[in-house]
Each structure stands twice: as C-alpha cells, then as structure tokens.
Design a protein around this ligand. Structure first.
Ligand code: 4AD
Length: 529
C-alpha cells in the first residue's frame, strides 16, 4: 500500500530557504488593515481600503458594506459623529466607488464577518456612478459580457478563492509526494486524444495543434524522473454546448513509471481527498456563502467506490436503474409543483404595494426560481429518454453523458469506473492481458450527478501492439516515432491520469455550469471578453 503524505496546511505563502516567513504586503506604505484580520482589532481604530459593495441609509444612520478582496465589513455611519459633509457624501456614494474608511472595530455577531466598523473618517478615492451590475436580476449573457466587473460579486469571489485553494492543494500534493513538475508544450506535433477536437494553428506555414493533453510528453519525462506532473491550460475544439465543456480548461496530469491500475486509483483518490480536505479547511465560509453541501464534502475520503465498466453496464440495464429513475421522476414532479407554488406566491406579492428593496429581492428570487424550474422541466423531459438509453445500452459503447450522470446520481461518494472496451478507447491505453477486449483505464465520476472529473489509464508499453493500435485508429505512425522510442529503450509499465480543474470546482461548489469556475471562460459558441 502506497503511503501518500498529507502535508499540514499553513495559511498564507510559505517560502522556505531554510527559514520560513510570511510576507506582509503593504500597498505603497499605506498601512491598511485587511478585513480578514479585523477580529484581532476589536476596540481599536483601523483603516480599511476597498470598494463600496452595498449601502443603505435609515434616517440618521447609514450602513456601508465595504469589500477589500479579503472579505466584507459593515461600516456604521452615524449622523453627528462624522462631519455633515462627509455624511452626505457617503449617502450618495455609488456602488463600487473606491474608498478608505477609518473607525473603531466592535464585535457584532449579526454583522458579516462577526464585527463591524464604527466609522469616524473616510476618503473617497474614485467615485463610481451607474455601476452596471446591481442587486436587480441580470441574465447570464449580461453577466458574462460584464465578466470583468462580475468577478467582484460575492459568488464569483467565493469560487475564485476556492479555485485558488484547489490549485494550491494540487501543487502541494504532487510536490510533497516526490513528483517533478514538467511543463509540457502548448504547440504540439502529435494528436494526444481525439482528432475531432483539435485546434489547428498555422505555425510558420506548418500545421500544428494546441495541446489536448501533456500526457505523451509526460510519458517521456516519467522515464527520466519516475514521477512527474504537468499543470496547465488544455484546448479542445469541443462541439458541445453542455455545462461540462469548455474549449480552454485547466488540467493536472500526473504520470508514473512502474505503476499498475490499482496504484493509479489509489493515487487519484488520495489526490481528490487531499483537495477536498484543503478546501474544507481553508474555504468553509465561502462554501457557506455558496450554500454548498458541506456534509457531502466531508464524505470525500478514501476508499471511493469501484465498479468495472461491465458492472456499470449491468447496473444501467438492470432493475436498480429502472426503479431509481422512476422514483427520480416522481421526486422531480413534486419539486416542479413546489417551485410553481412558490413562483405564483411571489408573483402575487409583486402585484401589491411593497417596498422597493423587497420588490428587487423578489425579482431576483423569481429569476432563480424560474431557472430552477426550467432545469426541473428539462430533467422531467429527459428522464424517460435517459431511462431508455440506459436500458438499451450495449456493451462495447463508451458511456455517454446521461449514463455517467445516472451512475453518479446513484452514489454519494466518487466512483471509479474501470476497464472500458478497447474499441471505445484511445490508442495509448494498455489492454488487459487477461481479457484483450478491455483496457486498463478508469474514469472517476463525481457523485450526485456531476459526472466525470478524471480520465486515466495504464499505457501500452509494448512496441508492436502500440504500432498496431496507432494504425488501427488511422493515425500516422511516422509522427509517433519519438513516442514509440519510449517502448524501444527500457520500456516499463507506467500510467497516469488527467483531472479537470473546472469540473472539480463545479462539483465541490455545487455550481451547475463549469463556465463559472474559471475567471474568463471560453465556450464553443461564446467568448465574451
Ligand atoms: O479524459 P480526458 O480526455 O483524459 C486525457 O486527456 C488524458 N490524456 C489524461 C491523462 O491520462 N494524462 O480528460 C481528462 C479530464 C476529464 O476527466 C475532465 O475532467 C477534463 O479533463 N476535461 C474537460 N474539462 C472541461 N472541458 C472539456 N472540454 C474537457 N475535456 C476534458
């Protein structure tokens, strides 16, 4: 049994040259306190520098919510305690104006972050007027066109902070477990995955592709370093507009010499459990803001479920799936009824005399509920189609999106599906020598319907068999000469996998669409900014 180190988490940056220290960054010698450290300053005066996130006035008192990149702080402004001119200026200050605020910190459990600032002074750095993203409802297209501003929203901020931890945890996991980072090229000469999803580029008159995977290059590096990984952007000209596909996404790929399928599964489950533990420890408050399922995150611990492809097919075509989908349909119909009732009640309330803030809040809620209802409608429509696809599934086909979703919905922890049919998989996957009809590969499906987050395999290490597989898939053997060399000079059993960062974040945060899990998403039909 391989033992993977579980390095301890230390907040902040760690630089170690024999020493360990934390660099405290101060902008141009302005000594600002950050919101994430306010609890230490109870009873003391501090200055914060940030942006006005929201404000509301109630007679002689104003509440300003200021954000500074580390959190939100409610600032209380009382008339008579600050000059009248400042009180008036703050009252009319637009959302997202930049400013500094000075005041005393006092504990208040009702306040965001558990304390608030009683304002004594403020300086407006750049007033903003007519900020386009307000508390009123906005559509997805509008928000994506304004992504450069929407990144300031609480939701995007929380996801950004979680992404940061995920990326940091991935690097730490590999660095602390003896892997060497290899930066593989973006311009590639060979096809790593699928001919249909290549982005071709004109490289000084010669056609090259943007990388679909660093795997083939990593295999070469693994023969030098033993355990390697690459981590970077990956490009696929996916002609699918699903919530799981981007044309540019980030993938981390480890590759290990002298490893078998069991070893790969163990590596993958330890990596995923390590990422989950890191985000739980460092991003709990962000998960709470996102209303994510924290109990589900706490369950992400090895061992994960293990099914062979053949077992998965038996489940899909058997009575368990039929009963599961029938129950799901009933639950969806109930959910639809409840949503329709809630929508009708809110629409009724909107017709009456209510305060503007309540009207805006209801309108935002209506948008959410209607989009949930749309989704439930789609799922009700799809349920019988997916049931039919599952019941008629033929051994030999790759699992489709709906098949993966069904298997994933039936489990509460990640599931490995292993040993897919050779005919359905990439040329580089090693066949099971005891049963050549299947390859020694796996997909890791995230539970609760999220689907595949990892794909990997043991690699074909026999020269002749690999040549035959390359030819069988209609690929040009000449271009793979250097790759084939690895099977000539000291070939060893080896393997690896790729974990999609955005899909992992969507699963952990409960985000429906992976476009929200990268700052500037690229999709087949849409690139906004
Ligand atoms: O299963 P895939 O295609 O595997 C490979 O690329 C292997 N060469 C990796 C390896 O063995 N080194 O992709 C791996 C993962 C998927 O499980 C998914 O999480 C992510 O990459 N992925 C995508 N994420 C977003 N948008 C897309 N279009 C994606 N395609 C794959």
């Amino acid at each position: 049994m391989v033992k993977y180190l579980a390095p301890s988490f230390t907040g902040g940056s760690r630089f170690t040259w024999g020493l360990s220290f934390r660099w405290d960054y101060r902008v141009q010698k302005m000594k600002h306190t950050t919101i994430d450290s306010l609890r230490k300053f109870e009873g003391k005066e501090v200055t914060l520098a940030g942006w006005l996130y929201q404000s509301r006035a109630s007679g002689k008192i104003q509440f300003l919510i200021v954000r500074d990149g580390t959190g939100l702080c409610q600032c209380v402004v009382e008339q008579g305690k600050v000059p009248d001119e400042l009180f008036d200026q703050l009252k009319h200050l637009g959302q997202e104006s930049s400013l500094t605020v000075t005041g005393t910190i006092r504990a208040d459990q009702r306040s965001v972050g558990g304390c608030e600032l009683v304002l004594s002074d403020a300086q407006i750095i750049c007033p903003a007027e007519g900020y386009p993203i307000t508390r009123k409802p906005h559509g997805v297209d509008f928000l994506l066109k304004n992504r450069h501003l929407h990144l300031r929203s609480q939701r995007q901020w929380c996801i950004g902070k979680i992404r940061h931890t995920v990326v940091d945890a991935i690097r730490r996991f590999f660095n602390d477990n003896g892997f060497t980072l290899i930066d593989t090229p973006i311009f590639t000469t060979i096809i790593g995955e699928d001919q249909q999803t290549l982005f071709e580029v004109d490289y000084f008159g010669r056609p090259l592709h943007l990388t679909q995977t660093g795997q083939l290059y990593l295999e070469s590096a693994a023969m030098s370093f033993g355990k390697v990984y690459c981590f970077g952007p990956t490009f696929r000209a996916e002609k699918s507009k699903t919530r799981r596909h981007l044309t540019e996404f980030w993938m981390v790929e480890p590759e290990v010499a002298f490893i078998d399928l069991d070893g790969l599964l163990e590596l993958a489950e330890n990596l995923v459990a390590f990422i989950a533990a890191a985000v739980l420890q460092q991003n709990r408050s962000q998960f709470e803001t996102l209303s994510a399922d924290i109990a589900a995150l706490e369950r992400i611990k090895p061992p994960f479920y293990r099914l062979t492809y053949t077992q998965a097919v038996e489940i899909l075509t058997g009575p368990k799936t039929r009963d599961f989908l029938a129950q799901q349909l009933k639950d969806l119909q109930n959910q639809k009824q409840q949503l329709e009732n809630k929508i009708a009640a809110l629409e009724e309330e909107q017709k009456g005399q209510i305060k503007q803030w309540k009207r805006d809040k209801n309108a935002a809620e209506l948008i959410e509920l209607n989009s949930e209802l749309d989704e439930v409608h789609t799922r009700i429509e799809n349920n019988p189609k997916h049931a039919q696809l599952a019941s008629e599934f033929q051994w030999g086909k790759d699992l489709g999106g709906s098949d993966e979703t069904i298997i994933s919905q039936m489990h509460d922890k990640p599931i490995f599906v292993t040993q897919y049919p050779t005919q359905a998989k990439a040329f580089y996957m090693k066949t099971d020598r005891g049963n050549e009809k299947v390859v020694l590969n796996f997909d890791l499906l995230a539970p609760a319907g999220f689907g595949e987050i990892i794909g990997g395999s043991v690699r074909e290490d026999d020269y002749d068999r690999l040549v035959a597989r390359i030819k069988a898939q209609g690929l040009n053997v000449e271009t793979y000469n250097w790759y084939l060399d690895l099977r000539k000079y000291g070939s060893v059993p080896h393997g690896g996998f790729g974990l999609g960062v955005e899909r992992t974040i969507a699963w952990l945060t409960g985000e429906k669409h992976i476009r929200q899990c990268i700052a500037f998403p690229r999709m087949m039909d849409k690139i906004y900014i």
